[in-house]
Write a protein that binds this ligand. Structure first.
Ligand SMILES: [Zn+2]
Length: 190
């Protein structure tokens, strides 16, 4: 798994699209709650760690399982949309898109993170599918990892978050430089 730094940095790309849907007609506390819900969705599949509070079993037996699958993406997207709909009066469609993208981004990052592969086809198959190459160094749970390795892993996630920040700034700049064309009375843009 990657660290929360890498996963949650993607709110920089998801939030502007969502934010544009409600302008300023939603109160600040609701906007904050919605942002927290997006952050939770970005970390959503790792909520399987909660199982560790209730069972006395090794992490490997319950973490990175069914929540990190295609079914998990669909289920997580729906759960996010239902919760977000209780916070803001937006149509379900865009909320489903944001929720699904958030969960899918988490699984995509974890897929390309050093580890033991993901059960992408759960519950049809328990097979762990590994990416052909590793892009993220990930969080290592084993105790024989040195503090230097932990710091290096964190640094690589911070660099990823920095790249996301750069890309989000570029997208924002493009959007301001090329605003959508106004629509005339005939419905034509121009
Ligand atoms: Zn994960």
């Amino acid at each position: 798994m990657s660290s929360p730094v890498a996963h949650t940095s993607l709110i920089l790309l998801l939030w502007p699209g969502l934010r544009a849907r409600f302008q300023n007609d939603i109160s600040r506390p609701r906007r904050v709650l919605l942002a927290i819900a997006v952050l939770a969705a970005l970390m959503g599949p790792d909520f399987d760690l909660v199982i560790g509070l209730f069972v006395d079993a090794p992490l490997a037996t319950y973490h990175n399982g069914g929540t990190h699958s295609f079914v998990g993406i669909l289920a997580g997207g729906i759960v996010f949309a239902v919760i977000a709909r209780m916070i803001v009066p937006l149509p379900m469609g865009p909320l489903l898109v944001v929720g699904t993208l958030a969960i899918a981004s988490h699984i995509l990052i974890d897929f390309f993170t050093y580890g033991r592969g993901l059960q992408l086809l759960w519950p049809l198959s328990q097979e762990r599918i590994e990416a052909p190459f590793v892009l993220f160094r990930g969080v290592r749970h084993s105790s024989d990892v040195t503090i230097g390795t932990h710091l290096l892993n964190l640094l690589s996630d911070v660099l990823f978050a920095f790249a996301v920040w750069i890309v989000s700034g570029w997208v924002r700049h493009r959007h301001t430089a090329n605003p959508p064309l106004p629509i005339d009375e005939t419905g034509q843009s121009g």
